[in-house]
Design a protein around this ligand. Structure first.
Ligand SMILES: [Mn+2]
Length: 347
């Protein structure tokens, strides 16, 4: 399959791998979601085939100083070469990313838009957002990966990142699952696998490495067990939604607080928002010292991205934004009421 590269090429990637010597210590850093985990696994397999040992692998959460934070760990472990995947780290923490590139050899593979500050575009592969990183690394590794063995995982990543919306990616998925069609894909094997893995990532929220190892062992049985627990919890909340939601007529928004020991906020928001696209809904979930919000206006009646930005204006340690139909925000616990008032009631 052909990949349309926005930046970099397959040759660049293998040149970088060839630059890795016996004395180098190698790390793989990837995103802590399904696409991230699958690309990390494919990278590890490619490196293994090239007889390069991975000394450290980490699954990162997106946050503003993420490159700086992980750089401390990398230096501590004397890492000299790093491959980063599925994170637009050059956009999120530009300074930290450049600092890392000064200290060690870095190669980035990603499908998010290129950060505006980026000047040095070497050692970076960027592709369109619709080509998930799991797919890109799978294609990069096609000479080294057993596609019979890992087809199920790349297809689950394609489902999870909505990459099947592009014609060529759908055809790729159908080469493994000929019966999968866009309108029935969520009940197809890759759709179900993706939902199971996403549940396992919620269940083991603080330990994505554990889920990574289950994937590596192809232990779908244990993944299914966590899925049942999470599904049950999600449906409990979905049932409670019509009973406990509150309507704010001024903006025509429903407000609902998700109460659960599991981080099911965006799962619930996507499910309820998708099932009732005519409703505008603000979901809230309390975390340790902060409160997180997820907003849906599936028919796009309200620009939720803009509304989230308006809600956090001037609030300390707050962030928020997103797309018109789906957006998110988080604020300190003490600012939650201000945020709610701005979003639900103010002019
Ligand atoms: Mn991704």
């Amino acid at each position: 399959m052909n990949v349309d590269y926005i930046l970099g090429s397959k040759e660049d990637f293998f040149k970088f791998l060839d630059s890795i010597g016996l004395k180098d210590k190698v790390a793989v850093l990837t995103h802590n979601d399904l696409d991230g985990l699958s690309s990390g696994l494919f990278l590890e397999k490619i490196l293994e085939a090239k007889r390069i040992k991975v000394d450290y692998i980490d699954f990162l959460e997106i946050k503003s100083d993420m490159a700086k934070e992980v750089l401390v760990k990398l230096k501590d472990k004397d890492i000299t070469k790093v491959i980063i995947s599925d994170i637009n780290i050059e956009g999120i923490d530009y300074e930290g990313f450049e600092e890392m590139r000064n200290e060690m050899g870095v190669f980035l593979i990603d499908h998010h838009p290129i950060g505006d500050k980026l000047i040095d575009k070497s050692n970076i592969i960027k592709v369109v957002s619709q080509d998930c990183t799991g797919l890109i690394t799978f294609i990069l590794g096609e000479d080294f990966l057993d596609s019979e063995e890992w087809g199920w995982l790349v297809c689950a990543a394609i489902f999870a990142d909505y990459s099947f919306r592009s014609e060529k990616n759908l055809r790729f998925l159908q080469s493994f699952y000929p019966e999968a069609e866009p309108d029935t894909i969520s009940s197809s094997v890759p759709g179900i696998n993706a939902r199971k893995i996403s549940s396992a990532l919620i269940y083991y929220k603080s330990d994505p490495r554990y889920v990574y190892n289950l994937l590596k062992e192809k232990n779908l049985e244990e993944i299914s067990e966590t899925h049942e627990i999470i599904e049950k919890e999600v449906y409990r909340v979905v049932d409670d939604f019509p009973k406990s939601r509150k309507y704010f007529p001024k903006r025509e928004i429903y407000f609902y607080e998700v109460k659960s020991p599991f981080d099911i906020l965006s799962y619930v928001a996507t499910l309820i928002g998708g099932a009732d696209p005519d409703k505008n809904i603000l979901f809230m979930m309390k975390a340790k010292n902060l409160v997180r919000f997820s907003a849906r206006s599936s028919n796009g009646k309200i620009d939720m991205g803009e509304l989230m930005k308006k809600g956090i204006e001037g609030l300390e340690d707050a962030n928020g934004g997103g797309h018109i139909p789906a957006a998110a925000a988080q604020v300190r616990s003490e600012d939650a009421e201000i945020f709610k008032k701005r979003v639900l009631e103010d002019d």
